[in-house]
Design a protein around this ligand. Structure first.
Ligand SMILES: [Zn+2]
Length: 247
């Protein structure tokens, strides 16, 4: 679970850059900062809000590759979504895109934070939306450009939701493997195998499938571990399709 800390904007300042409290908390609105400067991380954005942002803008959380920093309690109706509905009913989450940060890790951390907010506030996952959904703005822009696709992000939230529910040790000792879709050449499958073995440190194999090839992992214990494995393969863009099969 991503490390989360609070650096709450004082009420006097909060009242200048929001519609006050009374947020209906029906949606989580996902944004990117679009600030690619080195050092434009979660702490920097939280300090900007804390010290009095000169722009008429505000948001609840900023997330980078290391942490999530909360600037407003959920009750505040922040100014971020570009529509009354989005601002009055949404919890605003900004993903950092600073050049010295790891974007993929920041997205993963955001997925974990979003999963926690969904659970805490009883919001359905179908109400996790892009800023674009509220006002048509091209935000979150890198995600919308496909750097991590929206569907991959939602899968990451679902996987993280599974983890947040694991308060008790999982009793699921069933074994599963992850199978990729097929590759046209053996070389393509070997390239993927190489990443799984040497970068992820996994056991994995190549199998023929008709005239094509696919990659099969060693076994994961428990369905949640297998889902995380499949998500990792898709996030790294090693396969467009993955299937989880029971042993
Ligand atoms: Zn936005």
């Amino acid at each position: 679970m991503v490390v989360t800390r609070k650096k709450l904007v004082p009420d006097v300042q909060a009242n200048k850059v929001s519609y006050g409290k009374g947020n209906a908390k029906k949606y989580i609105v996902v944004h990117e900062t679009d600030n690619t400067r080195s050092g434009a991380d979660a702490d920097a954005h939280a300090r900007l809000q804390y010290n009095g942002n000169s722009r008429s803008a505000s948001w609840h959380y900023t997330v980078d590759d290391k942490e999530a920093v909360q600037s407003f309690e959920h009750a505040w109706r922040c100014w971020a979504a570009g529509s009354n509905k989005g601002n009055n009913e949404g919890i605003q989450v900004e993903i950092c895109v600073n050049a010295d940060g790891n974007y993929l890790k920041a997205v993963q951390n955001t997925a974990e934070l979003v999963a926690k907010i969904l659970k805490d506030e009883g919001i359905p996952i179908s109400n996790v939306v892009q800023h674009n959904h509220c006002s048509g703005k091209n935000c979150p822009s890198q995600m919308r450009a496909g750097k991590v696709s929206w569907s991959q992000f939602i899968t990451m939230v679902k996987n993280a939701s599974g983890n947040t529910q694991q308060h008790k040790p999982s009793a699921d000792t069933s074994k599963y493997r992850v199978l990729t879709g097929t590759y046209a050449t053996k070389q393509a499958a070997e390239n993927v195998l190489d990443v799984l073995k040497h970068r992820f440190g996994w056991v994995a194999y190549i199998e023929p499938d008709g005239a094509k090839w696919r990659v099969k992992t060693g076994t994961f214990t428990g369905i949640d571990a297998a889902k995380l494995g499949a998500s990792k393969i898709e996030t790294a863009k090693l396969a467009q399709v993955t299937n989880i099969v029971a042993e």
